[in-house]
Design a binder for this molecule. Structure first.
Ligand code: ATR
Length: 278
């Protein structure tokens, strides 16, 4: 039986084992998928041991995505651009590093939520690892505008500079939250970790177009603080990142197994479970 795992720290609350088990049942693939806690200074040892024990691949989560990028002996273009890896595949003596987070976000928005990005004005909040992983796929959807706003303005500019050669016709800008005054966006994506501190990025209400879509890459049983704020502003098109989580898993599964699972039934089951556990 082929073996896979997700490695992180912490890892207890990871939903990846449930998601991949559901995909395996659905597609009749014979595999096992476990959660592995790696010590903060022991990521590469954990990978090495799992591989030596016959593992075929791993997903990588916080805080090891950059380390996984360094550990891979071959990187896909999207992993190289993100500077982070969430999927490792062991192939003979090669370790392929890929990043499926960006495509997970895009598929969730465009396919699951019917929120097209082409020709729209898109605002990305945050300039950390989560934001970096989605900039290239967002540019590739060809919005008219992609703006990165961040509390520490210099990081927004650095992130823009890293991707500006991919901007093409997209008006690609970066700045602070105050710089958003006078600008309006159709899709606002929260890639900050502010929700973890029960906080919200200080985005002016005027940055949301009247029928804007508010997307939080974090998820929770009820509204995240960011989505609660958007709802208070009267917005009705809101989504958290549970769909992105399922879609990035589906992409990893497809890479490993060569079959694409259907994500919708798995997402709705997870959503029900999350609601009933709150
Ligand atoms: P991640 O990998 O989750 O992106 P990170 O690299 O530590 O984690 O980045 C966290 C992001 O959330 C950063 O953009 C951070 O802003 P700064 O660069 O100014 O630190 C943002 N962030 C975290 N807490 C925030 C808060 N309370 N308000 C606004 N932005 C916040």
């Amino acid at each position: 039986m082929d073996r896979y795992a997700v490695i992180g720290h912490p890892i207890k609350h990871s939903k990846s084992p449930i998601i991949h088990a559901a995909f395996a049942r659905q597609t009749r693939q014979d595999l096992s998928y476990q959660a592995l806690l790696a010590p903060l200074d022991g990521f590469s040892d954990t990978v090495r041991t799992f591989r030596a024990d016959g593992g075929s691949g791993v997903n990588v989560t916080v805080p090891f995505k950059r380390e996984a990028c360094a550990l891979a002996t071959r990187l896909t273009a999207r992993a190289e651009a993100a500077g982070a890896v969430n999927t490792l595949t062991f192939r003979d003596d090669i370790v392929v590093g890929d990043n499926t987070d960006g495509v997970g976000l895009i598929r969730d928005l465009i396919v699951n939520l019917a929120c097209p990005l082409a020709g729209r004005r898109v605002l990305l909040l945050g300039a950390g690892g989560a934001a970096r992983g989605v900039v290239l796929p967002l540019l590739q959807t060809k919005p008219t505008i992609l703006t990165i706003a961040n509390r520490t303005e210099a990081r927004a500019h650095e992130l823009r500079a890293a991707f500006v050669r991919h901007a093409g016709q997209v008006l690609f800008t970066a700045g602070s939250y105050q710089d958003l005054d006078g600008w309006e966006f159709d899709v606002v994506i929260n890639a900050t970790s502010a929700s973890l501190e029960n906080d919200i990025p200080p985005i002016p209400a005027s940055a949301f177009a009247p029928d804007a879509f508010a997307y939080d890459m974090m998820y929770s049983a009820g509204d995240t603080p960011f989505l609660a704020m958007a709802r208070d502003l009267g917005l009705t098109r809101l989504a958290d990142g549970l769909g992105m989580l399922v879609e990035q898993a589906a992409e990893s599964f497809a890479l490993w197994r060569g079959v694409r699972p259907r994500s919708a039934p798995v997402l709705s089951r997870l959503r029900r479970k999350l609601a009933s556990s709150s």
